[in-house]
Design a protein around this ligand. Structure first.
Ligand code: NAP
Length: 250
């Protein structure tokens, strides 16, 4: 699939899913802008991708950082064709297993600030560039608990459910500008972050919860995203695409 001439941003693009998505966009011809909070990671990742790749520092939870990022990319690029809102607050066991009545407002806000408000902030600025060009695709990385709920981890589900609403609003408000948007709701995807945070027993349990009886691979997610961002999915917008091996089927 050719993404030749397209410019795509991947937030949190220096590791895990973000890195794989950035790689796949570049493999398909796009110029890729990866972001990280850590400057040191950016050069390394751009060397690894070894195509048209540019690294910019960005903390989506800080308005000042976002303003600086937009200023910097606007100097270098005239437009942005693809935005992948992938940045996500790390999985913290202590917060994840709490029920609602034990969750502090700070814990809730920390997660919302990155996954939801951070995505809203950058989307708002990138939409301004996309409207001018009357072209764009915005993909929000969300998660199946946003659809089905979960027995714990409510701040995460709430943040990711908000992203599904953001996707629908982008589709409805900006379809007339040829701007499409999708939510990609992921099940258990075998990234370093997931491997690090789960116990062995939890890794096995998660595998057995979907109909394919396996974990998904970051490469599978990245290929689906390239499909959505490319020229073969052009009369569809606002949808949630579930990639979870057949656990949540709607
Ligand atoms: N793996 C799964 O099974 C799974 C399932 C459902 C949904 N997801 C979602 O998929 C996305 C990627 O997950 P992953 O497994 O690849 O985890 P990950 O490796 O921890 O990736 C998350 C990325 O977000 C970035 N990030 C965190 N806080 C940020 C902030 N304040 N500003 C900007 N960037 C920030 C981090 O980049 P830096 O540290 O470099 O800044 C990191 O690379 C997340 O949104 C996650 O919720 C994953």
């Amino acid at each position: 699939m050719s993404l030749d001439g397209k410019i795509g941003i991947v937030t949190g693009g220096t590791g895990g899913l973000g890195l794989e998505i950035a790689r796949e966009l570049a493999r398909n011809g796009a110029t890729v802008i990866v972001t990280s909070r850590k400057k040191s990671k950016l050069k390394e990742v751009c060397n690894l991708i070894d195509k048209d790749c540019y690294g910019f520092q960005l903390d989506v939870s800080k308005k000042k950082s976002l303003i600086g990022f937009i200023k910097n990319i606007s100097k270098q690029f005239n437009n942005v064709d693809i935005l992948i809102n992938n940045a996500g607050f790390p999985f913290v066991r202590k917060i994840w297993f709490k029920n609602i009545h034990d969750i502090s407002e700070r814990e809730l806000m920390n997660i919302l600030e990155v996954d939801l408000i951070g995505s809203f902030r950058i989307t708002k600025e990138i939409l301004k560039l996309m409207i001018k060009r009357r072209n764009g695709v915005i993909i929000n990385i969300t998660s199946t608990p946003a659809i089905s709920g979960h027995i714990c981890g409510s701040p995460y589900s709430i943040a990711k459910a908000g992203l599904i609403s953001l996707t629908k609003h982008i589709a409805l408000e900006y379809g007339r500008y040829n701007i499409r948007s999708y939510s990609v709701a992921l099940g258990d995807i075998h990234t370093d972050a997931m491997r690090r945070s789960l116990l062995k027993s939890e890794i096995v349990k998660a595998k057995n919860e979907n109909s394919m009886k396996r974990w998904g691979w970051p490469e599978e997610v990245a290929k689906s995203i390239v499909c959505l961002a490319g020229g073969n999915f052009t009369f569809s917008t606002g949808n949630t695409i579930i990639i979870d091996g057949g656990k949540v089927i709607i």
